[in-house]
Ligand binder design. Structure first.
Ligand code: 13P
Length: 231
């Protein structure tokens, strides 16, 4: 089955890249490649207003309540955003998000009509101990899976480090992940971790890598353009 490629720009806690909201922005989605942007909450409205397909970087599972500083999936959905990232390793690490919390976030995202991008991936130590598949299996199987979910395999040791796994090893992991999914041929599995304009094509040459979740390189419009063109 032909799965449409997705290039997702995770801008983390950075300001909008120059030119992102102009009519000729490289961050606009294309007929043959989905391009979605994930700005900080403060910029969600600007990117959406300017016609970029916009999602949130995280959201809370409860619809409302006394949770100072948090934003619910329901609130994100009410503003007609498209997607939400769930379980990014930086949320797991800095906000102590557990598999159980992430499972509830994915369920809330689905219930409110958002497309969840579920992140999974092993740390450097887990990788060295040969535990990558076990960790990823646990992270994915703790979520009640739905064909609408997109999986992002992001090995933690590759994020922001310039180190990348071999594309054929990523392909193997994506095949393993696919074997855990309810609609394996239909669901998109994207890769994240130090993707740039030079290495993107080598990932996209693998049949089970359906796109990329891009951090640092998504802040540089020319670099990002090369990634989208490679897709
Ligand atoms: P980098 O592309 O900067 O390695 O970040 C990847 C990432 O965390 C995307 O969510």
């Amino acid at each position: 089955m032909q799965r449409k490629r997705l290039i997702a720009a995770n801008w983390k806690m950075h300001i909008l890249p120059a030119g992102s909201c102009t009519p000729d922005s490289v961050y606009r989605t294309r007929a043959n490649v989905d391009v979605w942007v994930f700005p900080s909450y403060m910029d969600l409205h600007s990117t959406q207003y300017h016609g970029l397909v916009t999602g949130a970087q995280c959201g809370r599972a409860e619809d409302d309540g006394a949770f100072t500083g948090d934003i619910s999936m329901q609130m994100i959905a009410d503003q007609r955003y498209h997607a939400v990232i769930c379980g990014h390793s930086e949320r797991r690490r800095y906000h102590n998000e557990t598999d159980e919390m992430i499972a509830r976030q994915v369920a809330a995202a689905l219930r409110t009509g958002l497309i969840p991008i579920l992140c999974a991936g092993e740390t450097a130590d887990q990788h060295d101990r040969g535990e990558a598949e076990d960790i990823v299996r646990k992270q994915i199987s703790s979520v009640r899976m739905d064909p609408a979910v997109i999986i992002a395999y992001e090995p933690v040791w590759a994020i922001g480090t310039g180190k990348t796994p071999n594309p054929s090893d990523v392909e193997k992991m994506h095949l393993f992940i696919r074997s855990l999914l309810p609609a394996p041929e239909k669901m998109r599995i994207i890769y994240g971790g130090s993707v740039n304009g030079k290495n993107a094509a080598s990932f996209f040459a693998q049949p089970n890598i359906d796109g990329a979740l891009v951090g640092g390189s998504s802040l540089k419009p020319d670099e990002f353009r090369s990634i989208v063109e490679a897709a």
